[in-house]
Design a protein around this ligand. Sequence first.
Ligand code: KG4
Ligand code: ZN
Length: 339
Amino acid sequence: MLVLGIESSCDECAIAVVRDGKEVLSNVIATQIDFHKPYNGVVPEIASRMHTEWIYGVYEQSLAEAGISDDDIDAIAVTCKPGLLGSLAVGVSFAKTLAYTLDIPFIGVDHILAHLYAPLLEADIEYPFIGLLVSGGHSLICHAKAFDDIEVLGASIDDACGEAFDKVAKHYDLGYPGGVVIDKLAGQGDSKAFTFPDSNLYKGAHTYDVSYSGLKTAVINQLDQFHNEGYEKSIENICASFQKRAVDMIVKRLLLAVNDLDIRTVVAGGGVAANSYLRKRLGDEKNVEVFFPSLKLCTDNGAMIAGLGYHYLQRGDESGLDLKAEARVSRFKRHSGNR
Ligand code: KG4
Ligand code: ZN
């Protein structure tokens, strides 16, 4: 089954063609980053306007790269939540129009579940696994029991992990998006220069939760308090120390979940899964098999949407023309209390 995957939840206008939930025939990603850079963040109004202008061209390019015509598409999968409402609406309307015109089924899928599906496009991974989703909007540790059954074990109680990278970068005027720049600068710095604080939440119902707001404040406003003598207060050292704490903080809770549930497979996804320190830190972990998506599948893309959508379509699920775009999701069941 050839599934067209459409992703327009934020600032990437992306469409892919995937066969049988696995084989990526094309994966076109048109990024709007340059248009949002002057504002140091995504401007929703600009994002939806760019999606409207670009989506048909991205569609044509995706078909051309896959070497197919629109008659070859069997079904469509589209991100319908969560994300920027105006941007989501462009992808969802495009999917509906295409499905109606071509007389084929379409399905709305959840962007968060799709990020966790990305590594499954490149490797054979069995459920259950412990999922780590770290992106600009979410930081989740979860128990993935099936492609559509995710129990959230822990989350950030305030800023998302990628959001903390972006806000620190914005404060130090490093550019947007912040994660990539900080990752690069950190490579030239010494993470021992500052000992930034961990969040102290891992008790009771918060066993697997993290908080990034305190870390962000420390890095932005309380540098002197956490500086270690003998080290320069260079931007490289600030980035290296921040990155180490941001990653170690969530990895500590992730490994706790791995041990408590005795599930030794970890699957990571989301933009921050591209971080070089996170990849090395988890890669070095003994007794845990870790799967990261390749860099192109970490950030937003249509392949993960088509891949996940295939499984719903295969069992006969499909959306109607009344499918809504939703900015937020509340569906995830969060585990509470100690295990
Ligand atoms: O998954 P994504 O493309 O969009 C969302 O769904 O949010 O993630 C974007 C986030 C941004 O916050 C960006 O700064 C971060 O991923 N990011 C990184 C790296 N590359 C992207 N964070 C840390 N290190 C990186 N190498
Ligand atoms: Zn994303």
